[in-house]
Design a binder for this molecule. Structure first.
Ligand SMILES: Cc1cc2nc3c(=O)[nH]c(=O)nc-3n(C[C@H](O)[C@H](O)[C@H](O)COP(=O)(O)OP(=O)(O)OC[C@H]3O[C@@H](n4cnc5c(N)ncnc54)[C@H](O)[C@@H]3O)c2cc1C
Length: 391
């Protein structure tokens, strides 16, 4: 955009998407300010899978060397029957995936990914302890009010405020997420606690009839393990979507008591666990309103079953920054961004709900082959064909 270096941009939320879009805008000489509700960044006990399409954004932002140094590179995506242990699909990752898509498949600690993104955004542009309570568009400016009574304004606002986004309510009205009746337990813990139990060098998903568990290392040194589950909620309450809520290890172990002994040994080693209610939402009708635009979970929250929510937030960040750079107006930029991203993000959102990704032989070219730093931006409604694959 003309004079874009003078465009004042506020980002609400310093999670994966907020930090990534701040770094992406800085590549285009825009210096945004990020407002984050947390008083400090915490190392949430969670693993995260970064498929090649996500790692291509790491590369474009300049953090690939750092993430590759700390992350684990699983040899395969191993899918097994929960009871018999029979392999239903063993999809090669490691060198094969890198040779095919030009980037590796990594599994890592969410905190390490967050740290890497934070390292490329200056501290002084992140305002911590700023919980947004109100947003108003007034003429050419957007006004933000925070819980501590302070205010800020900007010419453009990016809502990267996650799954419970207040900015989404501003853009599309209050939403009614549907509780799926399921919850995810998850934890990271030192591999030493496994006391010799071998989890192998794959990212392994054990598929039961109505529940599953995914297990993998999150560090290059294989000294930290992660698992995440999905299972029916046994009571009739609705578990919240929360990164901090603790779960009951006894309930978790009971729920997986019929699973293969290899799984039970991992559950027996875990010292604590968190739980997260799994909710569903439909794709949003629009992604922006006036000078306010959404990104990441605020825009297309999804169930975790394709392990792609953060990857989508990273891709959004790259495309939104490029669209702002290439457009004459903010309105045009937001349209270009939505046209480019919506078909793909909606496809992943829908595919995640189905929860069958990789269970049997699967061709992931459309997902892993995408490069958000180079995908053509769509200026027409021909966006349906917006997946970009180059082997
Ligand atoms: C169990 C589980 C496993 C997952 N595994 C994977 C995986 O393997 N791979 C993958 O790609 N994705 C995975 N995901 C999804 C991924 O975690 C999310 O899609 C990703 O974090 C979205 O990034 P975001 O920036 O949109 O939101 P977040 O990272 O959640 O960041 C939102 C930020 O906004 C802040 N905020 C919220 N409200 C306000 C406010 N009012 N004012 C100021 N700040 C505010 C929050 O404090 C937070 O820092 C998983 C999710 C779950 C639940």
């Amino acid at each position: 955009m003309r004079n874009q270096q003078k465009l004042s941009v506020a980002i609400v939320g310093a999670g994966i998407g907020g930090l990534a879009v701040a770094a992406a805008l800085r590549k285009h000489f825009i210096e945004p300010v990020i407002y984050e509700q947390a008083e400090a960044f915490a190392r949430v006990g969670a693993g995260i899978q970064q498929s090649p399409n996500a790692v291509k954004v790491h590369r474009w932002l300049g953090i690939e060397e750092r993430t590759r140094a700390v992350a684990f590179t699983p040899a395969t995506s191993l899918n097994r029957d929960a009871l018999s242990g029979k392999v239903t699909n063993d999809h090669p990752l490691g060198r094969e995936v890198e040779a095919r898509y030009g980037a590796p498949y990594l599994t890592m600690h969410r905190g390490d990914l967050h740290d890497a993104l934070a390292s490329i955004v200056p501290n002084e542009s992140i305002r911590l302890g700023k919980k947004l309570t109100q947003i108003r568009e007034r003429g050419a400016r957007v006004e933000l009010t925070f819980a501590d009574g302070s205010e800020a304004e900007a010419e453009a606002v990016i809502g990267a405020d996650g799954v419970h986004s207040l900015i989404r309510d501003h853009v599309t009205g209050p939403e009614q997420p549907r509780f799926t009746g399921r919850l995810a337990y998850r934890t990271t813990f030192p591999a030493a606690l496994l006391r010799g139990v071998d989890i192998g060098s794959s990212r392994t998903k054990w598929w039961g009839k109505d529940r599953h568990i995914v297990i993998y290392f999150v560090t290059a040194d294989r000294d930290e393990v992660y698992f995440t589950t999905s299972q029916p909620e046994k009571a009739d309450w609705m578990t919240k979507e929360s990164w901090s809520m603790k779960g009951d290890l006894g309930e978790l172990r009971d729920a997986f008591a019929m699973f293969h002994s290899a799984v039970q040994r991992v559950l027996a080693a875990a010292p604590e666990v968190h739980k997260w209610g799994i909710y569903e939402r439909d794709p949003l009708p629009v992604w922006s309103k006036g000078k306010v635009v959404l990104l990441g979970d605020a825009c297309h929250p999804m169930t975790p079953y394709m392990a792609s929510g953060a990857a989508m937030a990273l891709e959004d960040a790259a495309v939104l920054a490029r669209a702002i750079d290439e457009s004459d107006t903010l309105d045009g930029a937001f349209r270009l961004y939505e046209q480019t991203r919506k078909p793909r993000a909606s496809m992943v959102q829908t595919g995640s709900s189905a929860n069958n990704w990789m269970r049997n032989e699967t061709n992931p070219d459309w997902l892993y082959g995408y490069d958000a730093s180079r995908v053509p931006l769509r200026s027409s409604l021909a966006a349906e064909a917006s997946t970009y694959y180059e082997a």
